[in-house]
Design a protein around this ligand. Structure first.
Ligand code: NI
Ligand code: MN
Length: 239
């Protein structure tokens, strides 16, 4: 799907680049948002040079290592704004990350690139050293180019209907790997709650527990009229 026309405004494309697992960037209008940085420990992402990433902001859904492990080094090198929950921003500040912005569930704040709302997720959130990571969440990012939603690690939840009611989403990024999060069938149902026609799947195939059948996953989404995109690591797609 390329840029959408909605009413009088013409949206430019948003560029999604996949860095493996649940790590990706979204670029638009000169901004670069990096989500859930987990690259250096992931052998599948060996082709990605973490030192070449130049995010405007780093958004972290929860404290698990597979979402945060490269955050400190990238944040210190780039001075990107780091957006997460209160406990994670507090933990990062103790490691010298100065540009944190804490949110908590249901709250939103405006940034240079747009507005970010922290949403509910059903999961857990301990930090890599065992510190309390607050409660896990997701993000709705609203920009002049439209809104998108990244749920973070979560079960299917009826709360997603509220997201679909409040926001006209261009696309959603959802975990589909099962075992620790939604699997394809629940993620397809989430897409219907969110009222989106395009979903990018993440959080699959990285570990044996979350290996999935790609064609079966796409079929689960096709059944509800939703296009599931599964970019390869390093690939950039336009949404
Ligand atoms: Ni997790
Ligand atoms: Mn995870």
């Amino acid at each position: 799907m390329t840029g959408q026309r909605l009413g009088a405004s013409i949206f430019v494309n948003m560029k999604f680049t996949y860095f493996g697992h649940a790590c990706f960037s979204i670029e638009f209008s000169g901004y670069n948002l990096l989500f859930d940085p987990f690259i250096t420990p992931n052998p599948l992402a060996a082709s990605i040079n973490v030192n070449q990433l130049k995010p405007t902001a780093i958004l972290i859904t929860h404290g698990h290592a597979d979402h945060i492990v490269d955050a400190v080094s990238i944040a210190k090198r780039t001075s990107a704004t780091v957006i997460s929950n209160w406990e994670i921003i507090d933990w990062l500040s103790k490691q010298g990350v100065q540009n944190g912005h804490p949110l908590n569930h249901g709250g939103a704040a405006s940034f240079s690139f747009g507005r970010v709302k922290y949403t509910n997720a059903i999961h857990s959130s301990s930090l890599p050293d065992g510190s309390y990571g607050g409660n896990p969440g997701g993000f709705i990012v609203t920009t002049p180019e439209g809104s998108f939603y990244y749920s973070g690690d979560t079960a299917l939840t009826y709360d997603m209907k509220l997201v679909g009611e409040e926001f006209q989403l261009r696309f959603a990024v959802l975990p589909i790997g099962d075992n620790f999060t939604m699997g394809p069938a629940d993620a397809a149902k989430a897409a219907t709650f969110l009222n989106v026609k395009t979903v990018v799947g993440v959080h699959f195939d990285t570990f044996p527990y979350i290996k999935i059948d790609h064609s079966a996953a796409k079929e689960a989404f096709n059944k509800v009229g939703v296009n599931l995109l599964l970019p390869t690591i390093g690939q950039t797609i336009e949404l």
